[in-house]
Write a protein that binds this ligand. Structure first.
Ligand SMILES: NC(=O)c1ccc[n+]([C@@H]2O[C@H](COP(=O)([O-])OP(=O)(O)OC[C@H]3O[C@@H](n4cnc5c(N)ncnc54)[C@H](O)[C@@H]3O)[C@@H](O)[C@H]2O)c1
Length: 339
């Protein structure tokens, strides 16, 4: 299948594209490369990539593709809180513009990278795709709006699917250090300490980047009736964990490191456990198999074999830090467009 993958030079995209290519797809990327030069370990080989902002996408960019995987976004909660208007422009308005352009160009399937953050502070019961969405950040709000607006475009020719990913973990050549397990394992190695600045009780569903990639790959070829205009939580119940449990796995993966749970009340109200049965039912044989413990060990090994430094970890692999540095260096304008 000929595919356009937006955000292909990000953390998930750099893991997903090789998997799609191995499945026989012809992949073209679409990315402004905000973090393309921030690589851990050997540099990946990117597919041919359209270096254009998704805010400027036009139907002509989508001609000839059978499916679009849309990953490009300002992709975390702190980023959205800092720049709520830009987050809405890129994550919401440009995503809807992209979906409309895809539909106009005759693209059939449109896979959207949503998030389990749409459930927000959900309480004790595990949320399903039918649970109310209570986003607590501009980032999560932007994802809810895209789902709603793009759902309205679904018809006999245009088949959107909304993949609500749990928080990812695991090695990627374009590492993100601002997601919980990746962060804790890195700090365990660099400082000998796994520090949790809360009481560790909030629930966080996690999923390995490769299990996300596999879910997207299978959604591309699933029969229309299994996925058309549907939302799926992407993850596994075994990886519904409290922040304290996640921290314990980080500590176990780094021998000699110490665990410090400060016990303060955290400022982040997100806490939710997630039911992942719908995606297993829709995609027979699909299962997210990477455990948090396996991912923590994989990360520790990747960090050990790369020249990881404290400065690099916090500066090159934290999305917000990279954007701020590039703005200060005059490489990005105030709207995060490359100069
Ligand atoms: N990583 C996670 O834990 C996670 C969890 C749930 C959902 N998601 C979603 O998955 C997607 C990918 O996440 P990621 O972790 O790979 O993020 P990332 O920040 O590593 O990658 C995002 C990519 O999008 C590109 N991009 C950003 N704005 C752009 C624009 N205006 N025009 C063109 N390209 C642009 C960036 O250059 C980058 O390569 C995002 O939509 C994110 O919200 C991620």
């Amino acid at each position: 299948m000929r595919l356009l993958v937006t955000g292909n030079q990000g953390y998930l995209g750099s893991v997903m594209v090789p998997l799609l290519q191995a499945a026989g797809h012809d992949v073209v990327g679409y990315d402004t490369g905000l973090y393309a030069d921030r690589v851990l370990g050997p540099a990946p080989t990117d597919p041919p990539t359209i270096a254009k902002d998704i805010r400027d996408v036009a139907p002509g960019d989508l001609e000839g593709f059978e499916a679009v995987i849309h990953l490009a976004a300002l992709s975390n909660d702190p980023l959205g809180a800092l720049e709520p208007q830009i987050t809405h422009d890129i994550n919401h308005h440009a995503s809807v513009r992209l979906a409309k352009a895809a539909k106009e160009a005759g693209v059939r399937r449109f896979l959207y990278a949503s998030t389990c953050s749409v459930y927000g502070a959900a309480g004790a019961d595990a949320v399903t795709e039918d649970s109310p969405m209570r986003p607590v950040t501009p980032y999560a709000e932007s994802k809810v709006r895209v789902e709603s607006d793009v759902h309205d475009l679904a018809d006999g020719e245009f088949e959107p699917v909304f993949l609500r990913n749990a928080t990812a973990f695991g090695a990627s050549p374009r590492l993100r250090a601002d997601i919980v397990l990746n962060n804790l394992v890195g700090h365990a190695m660099l400082s000998g300490r796994v520090l949790v600045m809360s009481d560790g009780t909030p629930w966080r569903p996690l999923v390995h980047a490769r299990d996300i990639a596999e879910a997207f790959s299978r959604c591309l070829t699933a029969p229309r009736e299994a996925v058309h205009a549907m939302a799926f939580n992407v993850g596994a119940e075994m990886n519904n964990a409290t922040v304290a449990q996640i921290a314990q796995e980080a500590q176990r993966a780094v021998p000699g490191s110490e665990l410090d749970i400060t016990g303060e009340t955290g400022s982040d109200p997100r806490s939710y456990r997630v039911d992942f049965s719908a995606i297993r039912a829709a995609l027979p044989g699909y299962e997210a198999t990477w455990s948090i413990a396996d991912g923590a060990r994989e990360l520790a090994a990747a960090y050990r074999s790369a020249p990881l430094t404290r400065e690099g970890f916090d500066g090159d692999f934290v999305r917000l830090a990279v954007l701020q540095r590039k703005q200060e260096a005059g490489l990005l304008d105030a709207d995060f467009r490359p100069r």
